[in-house]
Design a protein around this ligand. Structure first.
Ligand SMILES: *Cc1c(COP(=O)(O)O)cnc(C)c1O
Length: 373
């Protein structure tokens, strides 16, 4: 029954091999950023290749603890809650704070509990244009400690830190990492000498065809040789890039409107099942049927009340019919983790494929909707 996701374990493994290559050649450590891809049915596979995972809060940390046990469990949050701290300190091994205030609140306790304590810095170096929503270095950002604040840390606070963390990239190549690293070194270099590790964050599109891996490895080696640091990377997208599909069906083809547009209503929704299409925004690729150019232009939209619930406008070579299946590509990343049941939309079931075998991993029904309200 459509709509459903299919996560391709073979393609995930191909990505993992690329990441493993970087680890093997440089000795760096790579973690899965769970906020992008929390498909824990594949955590055993991921654990064969990566060093562990990173969490945005207690729940993701608990998921790593349960499903990737024995692996490194890192956590970062812009602001932690007192109620969560006891469990976090029990199950995590690295904790990264966002501000001197958070470090003052929880740093000593974390260190006493045996965790490696880090501080996220803001190098104030924007390398992305047009996506302020994804730029932690945008003016007024709440993410990361700027140098002016970092300089106010007392020696006692500094002595709590064993590492620094930065995360400023989004779907970027290693030239932007290199630019960012220059800024980090220029601003925070003098503090790095006393540290054990540095975390380059996520946003590295390492498994994308045109990604410059040798340049990434030069960035890693630079921090290893100049500062003697252990280097962490915590990509999300690179782990699951192009490794998932969303299957849906055509419910209705409308008549040509006065504006010449043919609207097609499908049983999946941009707003509910692929919110990044609206938030980013972007137009997802369609793997099936053949498209790109052709005489048939259709605008695909969801069955919700939202006028803007539009997936995109596509050209197909063949005429479309009610009941036809449409397959969207690159649907493993920031998809299942972001679905919602607005309008009472059903959540897509999730299949995992391995070789020729497809297994139903998650099934959602009315109860999934009811329990979330
Ligand atoms: C989002 C995020 C990541 C993962 O980013 P990707 O773009 O999915 O690689 C890693 N670390 C932090 C702190 C993040 O906020």
């Amino acid at each position: 029954m459509t709509p459903y996701f299919v996560i391709d374990a073979d393609l995930i493994e191909a990505n993992l091999r690329v990441l493993r290559g970087v680890m093997d050649r440089t000795g760096c450590k790579i973690l899965l950023a769970q906020k992008c891809f929390s498909c824990y049915g594949l955590y055993p596979l991921i654990a064969q290749y990566l060093c562990g995972a990173t969490a945005s809060g207690l729940y993701e940390a608990r998921l790593c603890h349960e499903e990737m046990s024995g692996k490194e469990n890192h956590i970062f949050s812009p602001a932690f809650q007192e109620d969560d701290m006891e469990e976090i300190l029990r199950i995590c091994d690295h904790i990264v704070f966002n501000s001197p205030r958070q470090l003052a609140l929880y740093g000593q306790r974390s260190k006493d509990a045996g965790l490696e304590v880090g501080l996220r810095v803001n190098p104030e170096c924007s390398t992305q244009e047009g996506h302020a929503i994804y730029d932690p270095c945008a003016p007024g950002s709440r993410l990361g400690t700027r140098l002016s604040e970092f300089e106010q840390l007392t020696d006692e606070q500094l002595s709590l830190l064993s590492g620094l963390h930065f995360h400023t990239l989004c779907e970027q190549n290693s030239d932007d990492l290199e630019t960012t690293l220059d800024a980090v070194v220029e601003k925070f270099g003098k503090y790095l000498h006393g540290m054990k590790w540095i975390n380059f964050g996520g946003g590295h599109h390492i498994t994308r065809e045109d990604y410059d891996i040798p340049r990434l490895e030069r960035c890693i080696r630079r921090m290893q040789t100049e500062y003697g640091l252990e280097v962490y990377l915590e990509p999300g997208e690179a782990v699951a890039l192009n490794a998932g599909e969303l299957h849906c069906r055509v419910l209705e083809i409308q008549h040509v409107g006065s504006d010449g547009i043919v609207n097609v209503i499908v049983d999946t929704s941009a707003a509910c099942h692929m919110p990044d299409v609206i938030e980013m925004p972007y137009t997802p690729p369609i793997l099936k049927p053949t498209n790109g150019e052709g005489t048939y232009t259709y605008r695909l939209g969801g069955p919700t009340c939202l006028s803007g619930d539009i997936i995109g406008t596509y050209q197909f070579t063949e005429q479309m019919h009610e009941g036809d299946e449409i397959v969207f590509g690159d649907m493993a990343i920031y998809s299942m983790v972001k679905t919602n049941t607005f309008n009472g939309m059903p959540l897509p079931n999730i299949y995992i494929s391995r070789g020729k075998k497809m297994t139903l991993w998650k099934q959602f029904g009315y109860e999934a909707f009811k329990s979330r309200i």
